[in-house]
Design a protein around this ligand. Structure first.
Ligand SMILES: *Cc1c(COP(=O)(O)O)cnc(C)c1O
Length: 389
């Protein structure tokens, strides 16, 4: 005993301490300071976009994106059910209603059902999509790039254009993922839709403790988000505010961490690939489960590794599987509980659910920290095979 292989922990092998010390020494610890601007510039360069706004969390970024999409009380926003709940809650912060969509085999939103919903359940009235049964306006959709994969953005953007929907990409798990082929070749997750949100929470591919960022196709939207995130201050000296703002700006201490982490992002992605390759070797020929891949024509950051358990062979509950692995010192986790089944969302519309309930019973996320060793990968894989016998 004594052995413990965590699911996903942060990696601070770079300039983190140096930059945080520097921010402390300069006394810039709050929502002003050079590291915030530096992180925004670094991200804009990495993502090939004009402008990025750093904020307190991925959740706050998603909230500001919905504000910017003019999502108002009583509106509808289409969201996935198979995701972390932070992708959905901001809809309710605006007193709007989510409509839950199923996933396809990429675990991301199913564009076929999305189109069917828009076509059969809604109608366009003067370029506004209206949900026929309730009369509510469908303003936007939130598409999540699950575990570093990319949703089918070509299909989704076509539908959004046809039905006049704003597209908010939740790229909180997909920083560094991009298309290598097709209409969006060279474009990064989060830079294809109208808005893209990133998260720097502790388990994400880079972390600032807590933090996030938002970009938009229109740089003026990003500037307005920066303004809203700092209490909508129109005059820095005389406290004039012409809109209701938020306290959502990232702090300089967080940004100091972020600048160091961005320097390491390419190395982190390299290690995610190398480690997944090794897992693939070790799981080759294993009959009771297999590792999911990522969308063809994309380069994924491979943030999280998903083992799909063959439910025709293994009937043990996820809870049992995870507990037995925990006893062996291997930390794993189940995919999220479906959001349309959670207490706050049980009354919301859930459209033709089929694949999300299926995948929620068979996906196991396995240890994927960037500093995991080869020996630890082999040990973890052996334990997983043993438990899934
Ligand atoms: C992490 C995450 C978020 C929220 O990011 P925070 O920075 O924790 O607020 C939103 N959506 C998804 C899919 C996430 O994984």
């Amino acid at each position: 005993m004594g052995r413990f292989i965590p699911l996903s922990i942060p990696n601070f092998e770079g300039n983190e301490k140096k930059y945080v010390d520097d921010a402390l020494e300069q006394g810039w610890v709050s929502t002003g300071g050079a590291y915030i601007n530096k992180l925004e510039a670094q991200m804009a360069e990495f993502l090939h976009v004009e402008k990025v706004a750093a904020c307190q969390s991925g959740t706050s970024g998603l909230h500001l994106a919905l504000v910017e999409c003019n999502v108002l009380p009583g509106d509808m926003v289409i969201v996935p059910t198979l995701t972390f709940i932070a992708a959905v809650n901001p809809v309710r912060y605006q007193f709007a209603e989510p409509v839950f969509m199923d996933c396809d085999d990429s675990l991301c939103m199913d564009p076929v059902k999305l189109r069917k919903f828009c076509e059969t359940e809604c109608q366009l009235e003067e370029n506004v999509l209206v949900h026929k049964a309730t009369g509510k306006k469908v303003k936007a959709l939130v598409v999540v790039h699950v575990f570093g994969n990319l949703a089918d953005m070509e299909a989704i953007m076509d539908i959004a254009e046809e039905y006049h929907l704003k597209v908010v990409e939740d790229a909180t798990e997909a920083l560094g993922t991009y298309y290598t082929e097709g209409r969006y070749a060279g474009m990064y997750a989060g830079t294809i839709g109208d808005f893209g949100a990133y998260s720097f929470n502790g388990n994400k591919i880079i972390t600032t403790g807590g933090g996030g960022a938002i970009t938009a196709r229109n740089p003026q939207d990003v500037a307005h988000i920066q303004y809203l995130s700092t209490q909508a201050k129109d005059d820095p000296h005389f406290y004039i505010h012409n809109e209701v703002g938020f306290n959502y700006r990232m702090t300089n201490l967080q940004a100091a961490l972020g600048v160091a982490q961005m320097e390491e992002l390419p190395e982190f992605i390299k290690r995610k690939h190398k480690n997944l390759d090794l897992y693939r070797e070790v799981f080759e020929g294993f009959e009771n489960g297999h590792l999911l891949g990522f969308r063809e024509g994309t380069y994924s950051n491979q943030w999280f590794y998903s083992l799909k358990i063959d439910r025709t062979k293994i009937t043990a509950s996820m809870r049992d599987i995870i507990n037995r692995l925990q006893e062996k010192g291997v930390q794993t986790r189940a995919i999220w509980g479906l959001i349309h089944e959670q207490l706050p969302y049980k009354q919301s519309i859930a459209y033709e659910m089929e694949k999300a309930p299926y995948y929620s019973e068979c996906i196991l996320n396995i240890p994927c920290s960037t500093q995991i060793t080869e020996e630890e990968i082999k040990y973890a894989a052996d334990c997983i095979k043993e438990v899934l016998m």
